[in-house]
Ligand binder design. Sequence first.
Ligand code: AKB
Length: 336
Amino acid sequence: MRFFSVENSLFLNKITKPVKSLIIGSSGQIGTELAKALREKYGYENVITSDIVEKNHPPYFYLADATDKNAVKEIILKEEVEEIYVMAAVLSAKAEQFPGRAWQINMQILFNLLDLFKEGYFKKLFWPSSIAVFGPHTPKHNTPQYTVTDPDSVYGISKLAGERWVEYYFEKYGLDVRSLRYPGVISWKVQPGGGTTDYAIEMFHYALRGEKYVSYIAPDEPLPMIYIDDAIQATLQLMEAPPEHIKVRSSYNLAGISFTPAQLVEAIRKYIPGFQVDYKPDFRQEIAHSWPDSVDDAFARQDWGWQHRFDLEDIVKEMLTNLQQHFYQDHDLIIG
Ligand code: AKB
């Protein structure tokens, strides 16, 4: 369990105190679900959230810019935060449009946290990496944990640099930083913004609205993807694992499933047969093509028991059911 224990010398019984976490970027796609999962497990008041946009409310929420080190430090001190999850980043497609800004934001947030960590302000850090660390010369199929990493996107370069830094801080200063190379994350509650893999989520929305979708990814381009529940489960499992089990201190490969746009369309058409799709690949297709088709996450499985639960069929059912129920009630779809 994820509790620090304090010895009570008089009665020799263990008093346990829940760990207090801070999620930076808590209003985004992964941050929203992570906050919910952590709060269900450890109590609402033990999970502090913060974002640059105000979608949540105080108490336990702070409107803050994570590139401002002092703003983050103030939250840590005020709330006695012990563990931090950094879910704020400029994703791949957006980063290609604003390279300098994306690099500055992604790296500044990480360095602020590494500095504060080194200065002793908290005890454990989760920092997300991505399949974007791989590049055109990486083996595409079942991409291993240790292989060629020659990303040619700004986002990928920032993630790879981040991986090198977190491992460096672990080796040099013993900082307990943990990381996952997320594939494309499929979720229904909050849409991501600015990612290459976002097409998969957009397809569900268009299908449910009865609109034609124009895919910016080619029909036969496979990409590694994961359902949000699996992504959250992996994050919690990694953070809860005893430190001696964490053998990869850069970032763990993480796999769910892989599919192409054409395969996703076919799976959605089982429920919405009239769903129309056109293909007009743009610069995001080039990014997608430089990423793996599938990744090998054997290290995550061996070291801390990772196993994904959701396959394509499960994801399609979950997405259509939840989106229909929460956003498109007027669409009379029956999912068996
Ligand atoms: C993106 O498409 O940029 C992200 C990612 C794979 O890191 N979803």
